[in-house]
Design a protein around this ligand. Structure first.
Ligand SMILES: [Fe+2]
Ligand SMILES: [Fe+2]
Length: 183
């Protein structure tokens, strides 16, 4: 796979000025789908043929881009959507489930990055079968997460969020990228 760029981010500050925040989230999801493809390729290349550069890209994306995006959703998109959703949208439980998956995926990503860091230095995995199993568990579950957000959450956000909500969302996304992560 041709990984699009060496940076681990889906978009930069210039993109944020020019784009609607929901388009930026769509872009993040496309970037994360590529991450899943990359992780699948790494899993397929175990135990001896993993590309160290691809592993390094995967590590940076898992450590930097993914938590930022989850923050955009949990502190930006989800609360705004919950505020605007109509009763028939039935979205509250789904958003809670997606937030729970973020926490699980981040903790899983921490375990994966330790292993991928070793591969990025050219080391052979201590337990290739286990690493393959972990990688597949992660990208299969993350693909389902992306599918749900792309087919249900983002279309609903386009329908329900007001122009003012979009401005708030973009402002929060900019703030998330302006300095250290707040607690
Ligand atoms: Fe997402
Ligand atoms: Fe998400």
């Amino acid at each position: 796979m041709d990984w699009p760029k060496a940076t681990p981010i889906a978009f930069d500050s210039e993109d944020m000025v020019r784009n609607d925040p929901i388009d930026l989230l769509v872009r993040s999801h496309a970037f994360h789908a590529q991450l899943c493809d990359l992780l699948e390729q790494i899993a397929d290349s175990l135990p001896d043929d993993a590309d160290p550069l691809q592993c390094r890209h995967a590590v940076r994306t898992l450590k930097e881009e993914l938590p930022l995006h989850h923050r955009d959703e949990e502190d930006g998109l989800f609360p705004l959507l919950e505020l605007r959703a109509q009763v028939d949208d039935n979205v509250t439980e789904h958003l809670a489930q997606l937030s729970l998956e973020h926490a699980t995926d981040e903790s899983f990503a921490d375990e994966l990055t330790e292993e991928l860091e070793g591969l990025s230095l050219g080391r052979r995995p201590s337990n290739p079968n286990m690493l393959g199993y972990m990688l597949r568990g992660f990208f299969e579950s993350y693909r389902r997460h992306l599918h749900w957000e792309n087919t249900v959450v983002l279309p609903l956000a386009r329908k329900r969020l007001t122009d003012q909500d979009l401005t708030v969302l973009l402002t929060r996304m900019m703030r998330h990228r302006s300095g250290p992560v707040e607690s």
